[in-house]
Design a protein around this ligand. Structure first.
Ligand SMILES: NC(=O)C1=CN([C@@H]2O[C@H](COP(=O)(O)OP(=O)(O)OC[C@H]3O[C@@H](n4cnc5c(N)ncnc54)[C@H](OP(=O)(O)O)[C@@H]3O)[C@@H](O)[C@H]2O)C=CC1
Ligand SMILES: CC(C)CCC[C@@H](C)[C@H]1CC=C2C3=C(CC[C@@]21C)[C@@]1(C)CC[C@H](O)C(C)(C)[C@@H]1CC3
Length: 618
């Protein structure tokens, strides 16, 4: 690296993304194209930093022991702490607040003592921790070794970042061992120093390819639709056993039905209309890399109530909803076509958006992989958020409508006056799940899909086809495979469902409330681990039991959905099996994302909370 400021193997101070904290790092390389330095932290975390976020080690001066002794005890304690320590939240100070305090206090102090500090680039954490600890009633008693690196807060930085999360975009976080063969497709020229307050777009490059990478993307693109077709053919059979493989294929021309296509289009338009109505709350999403917070119309509960009223009115008007049962294959093919067209549109438009609008994972440079995974994080047509809409409306509410139609089909086919217990349980359980999701619609804004994943084929197909046409298999199965249940069994299954629901709801609400307002007084009893990004991790409460308590609750509920169908066939257990695979994979995706984001703080969390989903088992 002949013409660059910092040399390979040089030890320097690198700013941690989104904060004004500097750590000792080693320069590993420099990319002249992107003008980024690759640096490695002591804990092995590798980042790419701009030159302006690196300082020479000599420019920093760690506070000497003798000097620190003259300070208040609160100040002294703070310096020995690592970014990955466990703290008790008393008066609700969290890492975000600590980081904010670090920034604002250090800015205030630097202007107050301008004359004194101007030419003394001295490292200082005291102003940060003073405010933080005062606010937490000095309960931060636990001393821990700094297992990341020597952390210091550069005092005389005039343009400190008021919102840590705003700055994430300037860095490309990756671990050395995760390096894939992905090529950077879009990087942005370095912005001048003066623009630091408004962060530059992210050099969004997918370095870790999920789902088996490029080859995997080809596989999933072919396999997922074929699998849905297989399931739908299977459930139509009298004996849907794997022994009867392959199920007989209907003539191809019968798969297409223009009326079915029209019905699906009308349904999506109807849901879109309900979504844009100025009814309900406008909720703010999590801060994006640019610092912006998008607004979402969270009127999902209103949408499902109106949809239910329309469905019931339609039945009273003599419209035969069992059409859905008898034309299930045709409806699914029509929806599949729409999801493919939508994915193509999404991919094309993603080629024209700026780098800071891309998701970190779907930008590998490989067309097929990016088409599958999705490139753009929040594709919108004006205020109409396509990802949010597809995830929460047509498919999710369609799931309930289809279940309802299956109950009517069961009554018709079995000659019943009312649906069977099993059908009622499946309908009510899944309706509760969807209604709960829509009632707490705001909580979706802190989930992986909304915050991190791009919108491409996987989610478009998942939301529009996978959810309504495979999550309804239990109800479909019951139409022609009755399974009588005794009241005791019903009671046991209901209890199981309620237990699962309680865990699911409580844990999701706890995390959502914490992410939305880390200072929420109702959460002040919880312990947290601050991270160097400014966000904290919950380490007690539900998130202290296992690392994904919400998945645990969801799995228990899935069990309660399959049990009413009995044990005669594997098909109604398909959801349970698929869901275990999905959540285990999702958990490991989330683990590596969080490991990359939070470095040693995440390791600390994993050491404290040892199990992923099931306590003492997994
Ligand atoms: N029925 C279905 O088909 C499916 C249902 N689901 C359900 O959807 C819900 C959302 O799931 P999903 O989006 O996968 O993930 P989560 O809602 O579990 O979100 C994971 C994120 O939470 C944050 N986080 C993780 N640990 C902590 C902690 N200790 N303290 C604070 N924040 C933490 C991290 O984000 P950050 O730190 O960046 O905020 C992490 O990336 C779940 O209930 C799941 O069961 C999911 C998939 C399919
Ligand atoms: C096609 C692939 C193999 C898998 C695609 C996965 C998607 C179907 C799921 C990814 C995350 C989802 C969520 C829900 C539905 C399924 C998908 C889209 C969810 C909306 C269901 C209702 C819940 O209450 C929820 C927590 C809001 C769920 C959020 C995640």
């Amino acid at each position: 690296m002949p013409t660059v400021k910092y040399q390979k193997d040089e030890t320097v101070m690198g700013r941690w993304p989104g904060s004004s904290l500097y750590y000792q790092v080693k320069v590993v390389g420099f990319d002249s194209k992107s003008q980024l330095y690759t640096v490695i932290y002591k804990d092995g975390t590798e980042l790419e930093l701009k030159e302006q976020d690196i300082r020479s080690a000599a420019g920093f001066q760690l506070r000497s022991r003798s000097r620190s002794r003259s300070r208040s005890p609160g100040r002294r304690r703070s310096r020995s702490r690592s970014p990955a320590r466990t703290t008790r939240r008393s008066s609700s100070r969290t890492a975000a607040a600590v980081a904010a305090a670090a920034i604002t206090e250090s800015a205030k102090e630097s202007s107050r003592k301008d004359a004194k500090v101007k030419d003394t680039p001295e490292a200082d954490l005291s102003s940060v921790t003073k405010e933080a600890e005062n606010n937490s009633n000095n309960k931060h008693e636990k001393k821990e070794e700094n297992n990341t690196a020597n952390k210091v807060n550069e005092k005389p930085e005039a343009k400190v970042d008021a919102e840590p999360e705003k700055n994430q975009g300037r860095y490309n976080l990756r671990r050395r061992k995760d390096d894939g063969d992905a090529k950077p497709v879009e990087t942005k020229a370095e912005e001048p120093e003066e623009k630091e307050a408004k962060p530059a777009p992210a050099p969004t490059v997918a370095t870790t390819l999920d789902f088996g990478g490029k080859i995997g993307a080809y596989f999933w693109l072919l396999f997922l639709p074929a699998w849905v077709l297989f399931l739908l053919l299977q459930v139509n059979m009298e004996d849907p056993s794997l022994v009867n493989f392959p199920p007989p294929l209907p003539p191809l021309e019968t798969l297409w039905d223009t009326q079915a296509f029209g019905i699906v289009i009308l349904w999506i338009l109807f849901q879109a209309l309900l979504y844009v109505l100025p009814v309900g709350k406008l909720s703010e999403g999590m801060p994006l890399r640019t610092g912006e917070r998008l607004k979402y119309r969270t009127n999902g509960f209103f949408a499902i109530v109106v949809s239910a009223l329309v469905a019931v009115a339609a039945v009273y008007q003599g419209i035969d909803l069992t059409y859905i049962h008898s034309n299930f294959l045709q409806l699914s093919v029509a929806t599949f076509l729409i999801s493919v067209l939508l994915s193509i549109y999404l991919y094309i438009r993603s080629r024209y958006v700026s780098a800071d609008q891309l998701a970190l994972g779907g930008n590998s440079g490989n067309v097929v992989y990016d088409f599958f995974k999705g490139r753009e994080l929040n594709p919108r047509i004006k205020n109409f958020d396509l990802k949010f809409f597809c995830e929460m409306r047509p498919g999710l509410i369609g799931w309930c409508l289809i279940n309802f139609a299956m109950a009517l089909a069961e009554m018709k086919q079995q000659g019943l006056d009312a649906p069977s217990y099993a059908m009622i349980l499946v309908n009510v359980f899944q309706l509760l799940y969807v209604v709960d999701g829509l009632w707490n619609e705001e909580a979706i804004l802190t989930t992986m899909d909304l915050m991190h994943d791009g919108f491409g084929f996987m989610l478009a197909f998942g939301d529009l086809v996978w959810v309504p046409f495979t999550y309804t298999l239990q109800a479909y199965y019951l139409v022609s495979h009755p399974n009588p249940l005794s009241p005791l069994v019903v009671a046991l299954i209901v209890t199981l469902k309620l237990v699962g629901f309680y865990i699911f709801r409580k844990s999701n609400s706890e995390k959502n409330a914490f992410r939305r307002n880390p200072s929420d007084p109702t959460l002040s009893y919880l312990k947290t681990i601050p991270t160097a990004t400014g966000k904290s991790l919950l380490v007690s409460g539900w998130w202290g039991v296992v690392r994904h308590p919400n998945y645990l609750g969801d799995l228990i509920m899935a069990l309660a959905w399959s049990l009413p169908c009995g044990f005669s066939h594997l098909l109604p257990w398909y959801y349970m099996i698929y869901f275990i695979i999905l959540l285990v994979h999702r958990d490991s995706r989330d683990m590596s994302n969080c490991r990359r984001k939070y470095g040693s703080a995440w390791d600390e969390y994993c050491r404290t909370v040892r199990y992923r989903i099931i306590p003492r088992v997994y």
